[in-house]
Design a protein around this ligand. Structure first.
Ligand code: ADP
Ligand code: MG
Length: 235
């Protein structure tokens, strides 16, 4: 369970997260939506402890995450912009992540699923954007953790990989995990989300189930409903 209370983050004078309150308690899929720059990545990074908010509290299973590291072993994190050492080979990168986490894991099924067998000996800098994202995906799903935080996992994925991604997260949902993700693919959210959190300029402007968003806007297309809420709440 993740509880976020009165979270505020500033970058200099720029107020990036504004009084965020969230209760992520039930297992299932939480989709964080919102236009570019609305604070989605900053919110996810705050949960992981990669960003230090100036005000507010985040607790995981009742303990404050500030200054603590132990809780991170319960989280798998797929960053939006992965800054991996470019000269490493894929296989070395996977080894490095296991070493850093000090955990054993078997990547072979994921490697096969994303058809990365022939890429394993290549250096990261030589991979195409889509292949890089598939490697990112393997790293994100490598450890069996109760929480998954995925920042734009679907970026530059081809349709085949996207289908595999769908399968993995619906499986994780069945296993009772908490999955928090951002994406711009609205039909994915329509299919795979139990809870929507819509951010605009650092504020939560909608929180609830997909039915709630349809009811509130009178629209039955998620894309349309989101853009109506953004227009209504924007400056
Ligand atoms: N390290 C940083 N330093 C200064 N400003 C930042 C930094 N990271 C993000 N921002 C700003 O914070 C706002 C929210 O960014 P971000 O959380 O990445 O949004 P999103 O993921 O929704 O696109 C943006 O205006 C962005 O420019
Ligand atoms: Mg982002």
């Amino acid at each position: 369970m993740i509880e976020i209370k009165n979270l505020n983050k500033y970058y200099g004078k720029h107020h990036v997260l504004k009084d965020i309150n969230l209760d992520i308690r039930e297992p299932g899929i939480y989709a964080i939506l919102g236009p570019n720059g609305s604070g989605k990545s900053t919110l996810l990074k705050s949960i992981i402890g990669l960003v230090n908010p100036q005000q507010g509290d985040i607790t995981m299973n009742g303990s404050n995450v500030a200054g603590s590291h132990a809780y991170r072993k319960d989280i798998s994190y797929l960053p939006q912009i992965a800054k991996f050492p470019d000269n490493l080979r894929v296989i070395e990168m996977i080894g490095l992540i296991k070493e850093i986490r000090n955990e054993e894991a078997d990547e072979s099924e994921l490697v096969r699923l994303f058809q990365l067998e022939s890429e394993m000996r290549k250096r990261l800098r030589n991979l195409s954007g889509g292949t890089r994202q598939k490697v990112n995906m393997v790293l994100g799903f490598l450890f069996d953790t109760p929480y998954l935080i995925l920042d734009e996992p679907t970026i530059s994925l081809d349709p085949v990989s996207l289908t595999k991604f769908r399968k993995i997260i619906s499986e994780k949902r069945k296993q009772g995990k908490i999955i928090i993700y951002t994406t711009h693919i609205m039909n994915l959210v329509e299919e795979l989300s139990d809870h929507i959190i819509l951010l605009l300029e650092g504020r939560v402007i909608f929180e609830g189930g997909i039915e709630g968003i349809y009811r509130e806007t009178g629209s039955s297309s998620l894309e349309n409903a989101i853009s109506m809420l953004v227009d209504k709440n924007g400056k």
